[in-house]
Each structure stands twice: as C-alpha cells, then as structure tokens.
Design a protein around this ligand. Structure first.
Ligand code: DAH
Length: 334
C-alpha cells in the first residue's frame, strides 16, 4: 500500500502493476504457486487470503490509476494551446514612396503614348555632356559637378561619370528608335553635393522626350498641364520662366508653389516659396543631330523633372536625406 501511495506517474504505476500482477514473475503469481505446497487443510484459507490481498492491491492500483489520469487531464488543460487562434499576420514590405510616385507618373505618360525607357547610371562623358551640347569647356558643367570614374578602370576609351541627369537617355533613345519618338525615362542621378535638407548626392529624375513633325511649345505646355493635374489632383500654383539649358532652345523652368510652407519660404524651397520642378524646352538642333535625327525635318520638346522633389512635396517630407536613409521608422509611414 505504501508503494502504491508513492506512485508519481504512469510509468511507475506500470512498474508496480508488473511487480505484483505479472503472470510469470509477479509476486501474486508466486504466492499462488506456493499455495499448492502447503498442507491441504491450510490451502483454502491461504487461497482466500491470497485472493483478498490480490483484490485489495488491485483496488488500490485502480484508484491510483484514476487519480493519475485525472492529473494528466488537468495538466493537459493547463497546457492547452488553441491552434485555431489567429496569429499576427506576416508583415510584408511595401514599395518605397519614390517607386510609388514613379509608377504613377509612368501610368500618366503611358496613357499619352510615351514609352518607358531606362539607361545606364554609369554613363560616358560623351552621352552625359558632349552629345547634349555641353562641350568640356562649357560653364554649364560647373552646375552639375559629378563623380568622375578613374579612367584606368573602364575600357579606357570613354571617360566615365555617374550620370548627373537622365538627359543622356534622350540621345540613346533617338539613336535606337529614331523619329517620331515619345519616351520618358525615370532614373537615379548623382551630383557631387554638400548634402543638406534639400540636396543629396543621389536623387531621382524623370526625363521626357517627344520628337515629331512641327513640335512646338504648345505641345510642351499641353503635356506639362496634363501631367500636373494628374499628379496633384488639386490646385497647385505653377509658374513658367525662361531657363537656360544647353540642350534646348528656347528653354524654360517650370516651378510650382511650395506645398511644405505654402509659399512662405522654408528650407526645402530655399526660402523662395517656389520649387524648381521641371526644366524643359524645344530640343536643340545639335542634340537632334547627336541622336542621328535631321533637325530640318523633325523637331521636339524635352523636359527633366525632379522626381525626388515631387515625392517630398506630395508627402510633406522636409529632408531629402530621409528618402535614402533606409530608416524603417520613416518608411513605414507610406
Ligand atoms: N537635365 C536637366 C537637369 O538635370 C533638366 C532638364 C532641363 C532636362 C531641360 C531637360 C530639359 O530635358 O529640356 O538640370
């Protein structure tokens, strides 16, 4: 009885049960076997006693078994796991705000029949400057200081630069597709800048080019208007002023009223209330020639848009450096 009281789990219970009830080696089997060796008159009495003992042990074991089962059930209840419970959803990433706005612009231009093109970020000096009517002596190079690549690392033939704008793809597109042509080129560009809230060494532009018969400023203005109303979907102040870019003639700057400060002046708009947004104009004859297109037969307009600036305006981001920071506290807001 003491042994049975001390049983703590079903394994011990089984051991004790075997010890007494095993048919071959159990204590009770032995006892019953020994009974036939005692004198005949004692046998019935001993037999009855043995039966009583057997019954008593059996009862105690059964009771213990019931107790153990109950305990297991309680343990199971305490360890209960609801496998049907909904777990937290696996958090997928999302598109960077730059990519979101880029896709939106691509859709707008696709709807106007423009192709979406791509070009190399490591560009030759020829495509980045020379072919765009910016010879090596031209002061316009100072406005776009960039990262020149050690010439010994390339094929040696071309001087390589990290492209300062998406404009070199204008030349590549004209050489590849000829006229007539409609394309936009979103992409990453680089400048040697002292970085601050509105300048970064890496940012995004979207270039546009349309070449056809008798293209005029009216076509340029119409496409710009279509684009602006599609992007902002609200009243935005715009101004057009003459601007100089060697690859267009005439050239324009299109600015819009700063949406961060509402025109009062802030670090993003350099305290002017206006954001330079698009450089544009009618493609310079020299540029058409570089692209292998006859300026006597064809004309075109081009524009280059500050995609990064646009994203900053759209979301009210007041520091350009956040966009490339990879900071999840920033990115998770979009
Ligand atoms: N590439 C110029 C820049 O980065 C922007 C630009 C101005 C592009 C006028 C054009 C254009 O296509 O016609 O400052």
């Amino acid at each position: 009885m003491k042994e049975i009281q001390g049983i703590k789990n079903s394994k011990e219970w089984q051991e004790i049960e075997n010890k007494y009830f095993s048919r071959k080696s159990g204590e009770l089997a032995k006892l019953l076997k020994d009974i036939k060796d005692v004198s005949e008159d004692l046998r019935p009495k001993l037999g009855a006693m043995a039966n009583d003992v057997k019954e008593e042990i059996s009862k105690a074991l059964n009771k213990k078994k019931a107790d153990l089962d109950l305990q297991t059930e309680t343990n199971l209840e305490q360890d209960f796991i609801d496998v049907t419970l909904e777990i937290e959803k696996y958090k997928l990433g999302h598109l960077h705000p730059m990519t979101q706005v880029q896709s939106e612009l691509e859709d707008i231009f696709k709807s106007m029949g423009f192709m979406i093109l791509d070009g190399p970020e490591l560009e030759s000096d020829y495509y980045n400057f020379e072919a765009l009517n910016i010879p090596s002596w031209h002061p316009a190079r100072d406005a776009q200081d960039t990262f020149y690549i050690d010439p010994s690392t390339g094929s040696g033939k071309d001087k390589l630069v990290l492209r300062t704008h998406t404009s070199p793809v204008q030349i590549r597109a004209m050489q590849r597709y000829g006229a007539p042509l409609r394309c936009v080129v979103p992409g990453r560009v680089f400048r040697n800048e002292a970085t601050d809230a509105s300048h970064d060494h890496t940012f995004y532009q979207l270039e546009g080019l349309m070449v056809d018969k008798e293209i005029s400023i009216a076509n340029l203005v119409a496409v710009m208007k279509e684009m602006l109303s599609a992007i902002f979907k609200k009243e935005v102040k715009v101004r057009l002023r003459p601007g100089y870019f060697p690859f267009v003639e005439p050239g324009f700057e299109l600015d819009f009223g700063c949406l961060i400060c509402g025109g009062k002046g802030c670090s993003v708009c350099k305290q002017t209330g206006w954001i330079e947004f698009v450089g544009s104009g009618l493609v310079h004859p020299n540029v058409l020639k570089s692209g292998g297109i006859d300026p006597a037969k064809w004309s075109g307009f081009a524009f280059g848009l500050g995609l990064t600036r646009l994203v900053m305006m759209k979301y009210g981001i007041d520091d350009i450096r956040l966009l490339q920071s990879g900071d999840l506290r920033f990115l998770n807001q979009f």
